[in-house]
Design a protein around this ligand. Sequence first.
Ligand SMILES: *[C@@H]1O[C@H](CO)[C@@H](O)[C@H](O)[C@H]1NC(C)=O
Ligand SMILES: *[C@@H]1O[C@H](CO)[C@@H](O)[C@H](O)[C@H]1NC(C)=O
Ligand SMILES: *[C@@H]1O[C@H](CO)[C@@H](O)[C@H](O)[C@H]1NC(C)=O
Ligand SMILES: *[C@@H]1O[C@H](CO)[C@@H](O)[C@H](O)[C@H]1NC(C)=O
Ligand SMILES: *[C@@H]1O[C@H](CO)[C@@H](O)[C@H](O)[C@H]1NC(C)=O
Length: 301
Amino acid sequence: MILGLQTLLLFLLQTPGGSSQHSEAGYWFLQPNVLVVNTDLNIHTQMQIPLSCGEAYEGQEVFWRNEGQEIDQQGNHIQVTVEELTGGNYSCHDSNGSFLNHTLVLVQLLNGKSQARKILDKVENTDYIQCTSRNYSGIFHCSWKWSEGRRGDLFFAAVTRSSGQSNISCAADADRSGMICLDRTHCPYTEELHPIDLTIYVKYWYRVEKYTKQFYIAGIVKPDRVRLRKAHGNTFEWEYPSTWNIPDSFFPLHFEVKVAPLNKDCDAEGEQSRVRKNFLFCVRSQDTLTKSGWSEWEQRK
Ligand SMILES: *[C@@H]1O[C@H](CO)[C@@H](O)[C@H](O)[C@H]1NC(C)=O
Ligand SMILES: *[C@@H]1O[C@H](CO)[C@@H](O)[C@H](O)[C@H]1NC(C)=O
Ligand SMILES: *[C@@H]1O[C@H](CO)[C@@H](O)[C@H](O)[C@H]1NC(C)=O
Ligand SMILES: *[C@@H]1O[C@H](CO)[C@@H](O)[C@H](O)[C@H]1NC(C)=O
Ligand SMILES: *[C@@H]1O[C@H](CO)[C@@H](O)[C@H](O)[C@H]1NC(C)=O
């Protein structure tokens, strides 16, 4: 069952090399060739950032380009100006124009309240990142929502247990609005002692934003729909979802059953007493012990 994930894991996202706090003005490297400038627009709208091509090119003739356009600074060390949200992608070249190295300069706004709208919107007005798992096997899915008119990209993700002893890898969804993760050290049969810490950096043009979430798998479990069939007459039978952990006795679910008018859906409220002949039979399940999320309704006429 974990095999299906292998192909996705080819697109492994980078995992962290010790995550430090970067909450002050200044700049730091998110990845070897990615420099992030922390900008507080209330303090300054312009910053000088030193870039270097690399130690190996010390003393050589070095030319620079930003997004392919030559800039009028030369040498191994230069200073570039980051104004408000304009980062850049700086490459350095030898005297023949051959590519030597590059640094992507991104801007992270401190004090998110400032004028700029965020790259992500809250999902259903709750949180920027929503995670669910259909069982306790250690596979979970997290997703987010681009704010209107902003189709950003997942740039970097780090997912660990605070115990420091996890082996979690994630792969971005094809549309980059979510990712699926596998915690190899997670055991369905034992209590989860440490929460999962998730950090993502999303990028929109040269802007980057950090979002975090902390959760337990037990807190995000939402079973798949039950397997429901009409036996005969008005008798319905259902089984645990096929993706739920076994044995059922160790992973008990409880069920909510209701009928709804045929022309409504299972969420319809308040009309059950009037439903007689033509009705929709609805059932959903929830983990009995953790009472985390309800499954979607399964329905039959
Ligand atoms: C290329 O630039 C990065 C900084 O963006 C630096 O860390 C790295 O050492 C440089 N590579 C070489 C080969 O000098
Ligand atoms: C930045 O430039 C490098 C080297 O030209 C290129 O490989 C990379 O894809 C560029 N990145 C972005 C985000 O444009
Ligand atoms: C530039 O190209 C010439 C001819 O191709 C070569 O002889 C020379 O070494 C190159 N110079 C650099 C700095 O790479
Ligand atoms: C995590 O698990 C994978 C697959 O079993 C393994 O290749 C990798 O070395 C593990 N990483 C760590 C840090 O244990
Ligand atoms: C748990 O869910 C994953 C997908 O999220 C699935 O691949 C796996 O087979 C399920 N586990 C069980 C025990 O069915």
